[in-house]
Design a protein around this ligand. Structure first.
Ligand code: SF4
Length: 367
């Protein structure tokens, strides 16, 4: 069990790292702990600077963002941190971050969720924090959080595909903001379903104009930089501003659907889809990056963006296969690597050049 509560003084105040708007379902999940929930301050440049200053230099950038979130949360009163763990370096995040924060002098408890999506194991860990936690209460929170996640993913997917063509600037953003506020308060499945239905309908009725030279681009890569817009410099919004329909498969709903007992079958499907560019699983999200790029190419997409944190080995493995696929099919793939030195202007220039090149290709008859 990965729980260390030895240093907590007084009532628990629980916190967790940010990833996109998933703080909404995470708050729902944390409610059965019956303690104060401290959402870390909004991500800013300071978050990354704090995280980077206290992290090993070559650790991947999601580690630095998470550490920055923890420092900012501890500074506003949190005393209990939650971290998950995975098959790559993610598996070491919790232990290393705990050691760094203790060296910095913080006194706090840590819950390390090491069982992937194994709910029973998580409930055992959470019972160390709240011994009154019942299976029924935890399952109810889990169902509600899952439904919120699904609503979030559905609405944001519709937004990704259409926001680039809105007639009135900011129309989708305004609806999205109201949607998040309502979703955050909802704790009943039928209420969440109603919110999802209403906001999908409202977004579908926003006036849009798709130009003749519209581009369809897919985004693949490492899950954190895909799903945390601050860490990818709001790349989806930037593409939308350039009149691009953006597609992304990786969401938390997608991950939950293909986890646990479905994981092996899903990986086999991904390896088949990645054939002939991969024969084996290359770790974390790397196989999926190749499989989905292959699919997007066959589905007639104009290009793909591959996003990864600097030094992310699974995605470095995927890059060799992606380069071969891109070369053999003359299929455009833009590789973007993120760390704390990434320049916003440099990224904007590369996106401009990539979109211009895709538009020029579209103007040419295919070979
Ligand atoms: S997938 Fe890559 S970036 Fe993410 S934790 Fe693993 S090694 Fe780091």
């Amino acid at each position: 069990m990965g729980v260390n509560l030895a240093q907590v003084e007084g009532a628990y105040k629980v916190s967790f790292p940010h990833m996109g708007n998933y703080c909404i379902p995470v708050r729902t999940l944390a409610e059965p702990l019956e303690c104060e929930i401290v959402t870390p301050p909004k991500m800013t440049r300071r978050t990354l600077e704090l995280g980077a200053r206290h992290s090993p230099e070559f650790v991947c950038v999601p580690f630095k963002y998470n550490l920055g979130n923890y420092i900012e949360a501890l500074d506003i009163g949190a005393n209990l941190l939650i971290q998950a763990g995975g098959g790559c370096r993610f598996g070491y995040y919790a232990e290393v971050q705990e050691a760094i924060l203790r060296d910095l002098g913080y006194q706090f408890g840590m819950v390390r969720l090491l069982g992937g999506f194994d709910l029973r194991e998580h409930i055992r860990d959470f019972r160390a924090v709240n011994p009154r936690l019942t299976l029924w209460r935890a399952l109810k929170a889990y169902r509600v959080a899952l439904r919120q996640t699904k609503a979030l993913d559905q609405v944001e997917e519709l937004m990704r595909k259409n926001a680039g063509f809105e007639v009135e600037d900011g129309a989708f953003e305004r609806i999205h903001k109201r949607f998040l506020a309502e979703l955050d308060k909802a704790r009943e499945i039928r209420v969440i379903e109603d919110i999802e239905r209403r906001y999908l309908a409202e977004m579908a009725s926003v006036p849009i104009e798709r130009p003749d030279d519209m581009l369809r681009v897919g985004i693949v890569g490492e899950l954190y930089v895909l799903m945390e817009p601050f860490s990818n410099y709001f790349v989806e919004k930037e593409l939308a501003r350039r009149g691009v329909e953006v597609h992304r498969f990786v969401t938390v709903s997608h991950m939950v659907e293909n986890a646990g007992k479905h994981k092996d079958a899903y990986l086999r499907r991904m390896i088949e889809l990645a054939d002939p560019y991969l024969k084996y699983h290359v770790g974390a999200d790397g196989t999926e990056s190749v499989a989905m790029t292959h699919k997007l190419m066959r589905d007639g997409f104009d290009g793909v963006l591959h996003l990864k944190p600097f030094g992310c080995m699974p995605e470095v493995n995927a890059m060799a296969a992606l380069q071969r696929l891109s070369r053999e099919h003359t299929f455009p793939v833009l590789f973007i690597s993120y760390d704390e030195q990434t320049s916003e202007t440099g990224l904007a220039t590369r996106l401009d050049a990539f979109c211009d090149m895709l538009r020029m290709r579209k103007g040419k008859p295919s070979r």
